[in-house]
Design a protein. Sequence first.
Length: 499
Amino acid sequence: MNEQALVEMSEIDKSFSGNHVLQKVNFSVQPGEVHALMGENGAGKSTLVKVLTGIHPRDSGTITVKGKEVDFSHPKQAEKQGIVVIHQELNIIPHLTVTENMFLGKELSIGKTGILRKKDMHKQTLENLKRLGVDNIPPNETAGSLSVGKQQMIEIARAISTNAEMIIMDEPTAALTDREITSLFKVIESLRKQGVSIVYISHRMEEIFQICDRITVLRDGRSIGTEQIKETSFDAIVKMMVGRELGERFPERSSVIGKTLLEVKDLSREEWFEGINFQVKEGEVLGVAGLMGAGRTEIMETIFGAAKKSKGQVLLDGKPLNVTHPRDAIRAGIGFITEDRKDEGLVLNLSIRENVALTNLKTVSKNGWISNSKESELVDDLIKKLHVRTTGREQEVKSLSGGNQQKVVIAKWLGIQPRLLILDEPTRGVDVGAKKEIYNIMNQLTEQGVAIIMVSSELPEVLGVSDRIMVVHEGTVTKILNRDEADQEKIMHAATGGE
């Protein structure tokens, strides 16, 4: 491009404790473009953004903004130059209101009195949200009481309100409903027309090809290349990301489906869902689709004993299963990989070994004493089986990439040798290579006769790995489709309440 870049990063190097995280990385963003930044987990995307915005000092290389070299030492300095980041880990203060979060550190006051102009801030908050097409978030509501999706919309509205020239969005749609995603894409298009640049970090390839102009791919801390979206393809981008052909996106299903393992009859939970009926068989993947808030996760939590049912029953091998606590489900051979791996699936400050051992104490202990050799053997075997990229079993989980953290969550449950595994958004925030590995693990499990229930918001994923698909709308099952009769249109029709 001939036009001067808004931001230009040249030959950026960064190391931590001798570990080269970024090596000679080049990245530039033009005014008014939507530029995708992609790469596998651990490729260096987040570090590059932190170097740009002054969170981490670079070891070498140059950064220019509108042609002038800069050296930010704090994100506030980057913000003053028009560069704002919406992080994947939300920066919402839960006990403050929506308005208080929107104006945190930028409160409007009357002169130098310190008296806040609350009415003005309330009005501006409404306008900021309206600009996003959001009209269902009350400004006086406590932010922590809102869904993750709504909290994300507050973050986006706050960033837009700064009159930024470049907004970096890190996995912005991971927790949004379809309606919120549509609204966000409209806002991105509007911002582009106003000359605002967007750096869009996402693992959702469909979104990249839908809204982005260019794409830069990082691999192992190096910039592999930058392509025009119109001139590249899904397969080409995958090859740039992983350094090889990935083959078919979804592996062939080869398991033999057996007898009914789990049967749910008239299951209800007050205020969440009612009259849920379905079955899942040995060796089968039952995909569960539906819009956010439809009740998918709540159904799974109830089956697992993490929430109390109001009526109905769950049968395992045709016999009533009395689950009043997750420990009852675990004893019955049911594992549950939760949607939020960081808050519910892992203890981030503990090692891989300690996390895996938490659900496998029975396997690695005898007479109440943990056997170090059994524990090490189990953990090392699972690390090898799941191809976890790690320095060893004692590495803290928080230092792993998102994809490898998810593999540790899966390892926890594989250790109990489950008969039924419930996966809630198993590939959220996971790169394309790790997704393929997770799909392969699912196939291996079903070949061994394990039944899998997979909740996912990504329709291509649901269609690609499921044998049957159950669609949930407002707490009821509206459709159960066989794989060969399902398509995105039918699923969305049922997910929005269509007959």
